[in-house]
Ligand binder design. Sequence first.
Ligand code: LMR
Length: 400
Amino acid sequence: RFEGVTMAPPDPILGVSEAFKADTDAKKLNLGVGAYRTEELQPKVLDVVKKAENLMLERGENKEYLPIEGLAAFNKATAELLLGADNPILQQGRVATIQGLSGTGSLRLAGAFIERYFPGAKVLISSPTWGNHKNIFNDSRVPWSEYRYYDPKTVGLDFDGMIADIKAAPEGTFVLLHGCAHNPTGIDPTAEQWEKIADVIQEKNHIPFFDVAYQGFASGSLDQDASSVRLFAARGMEVFVAQSYSKNLGLYAERVGAINVICSSSDVATRVKSQLKRIARPMYSNPPVHGARIVANVVGDPTLFNEWKVEMEAMAGRIKGVRQKLYDSLSAKDKSGKDWSFILKQIGMFSFTGLNKAQSDNMTDKWHIYMTKDGRISLAGLSLAKCEYLADAIIDSFYN
Ligand code: LMR
């Protein structure tokens, strides 16, 4: 009966990790998935996470079911981190927050909500975007189309194209925006450009829909990285925001995140929350507790909170260090005079190299460097020691 099932293609991002594991070459390097590694290229568990887990053991926390909406202390902490603890929107009770299965699961809840309450509405996503966005909306049966974002000529933002496409979308479109550290390009709008994006979204009565996967990880400051979302919220707009703690707390496998819906009144927020719970219950019943307790403990304890910020800055700093070294190595080795400074302008975990599919294949086949086929490399998986090797591989792939 299962004869008719065809083979699914490997995932464009997580499939790269599978291929990396199967490679036996000692020089191999995994720059595919966006997961932080130490300079020794080992996964990192943050010290604050270990301390929060010890606290949980000492307190003898139980494993009872959480409510459908998740851990109350987590939901409070996550909305406060996003909007700022003293944001009047929180005092007004205008935010419906429910814990989700990290960024993906939170986006999926939003997808199901849009499909149910805004039938026919479209989601507008950036071209390019994170590989999983299209899958999420396809599976949610929410139609989507793209707005221009990346300009290959400048390896920068196609701001005019972006504005024109958002303007041209039918009124009431959900516009998916990356809160900070755009994935895969690492190219973010400036503060002035964010204002203009908010202007056109407001004019067209669109609904801004933020994916915030890197708060604190892009600039090293939690507040700075949430400024795009806060700008839209301060204008009184209704906003969707998905959050993830995979990167900034290194809680990848704990699947902890949230979906927040900023509403026009606390009444609306209460109703929206009730419907999000109704969507979550038949999907997975209620979310896992462990990661949510870690977040609540770290954010809720001033000492741990400050230690977290220091550790996060150190991670963001290490990535900036390899970014600089990669740029220096490329500039020194490349005799063609090509300007590689776009690498320094990009922010966050990734660099969008401009390598095409064939060139990316050469990186893997010849150099054992694993990366996604859109030309993205994760600098979080790179060490200073490997920068020269990577630069050789990029130059070889680029010019041959
Ligand atoms: C990535 O873009 O590499 C990460 O967000 C991991 C993932 O789930 O794709």
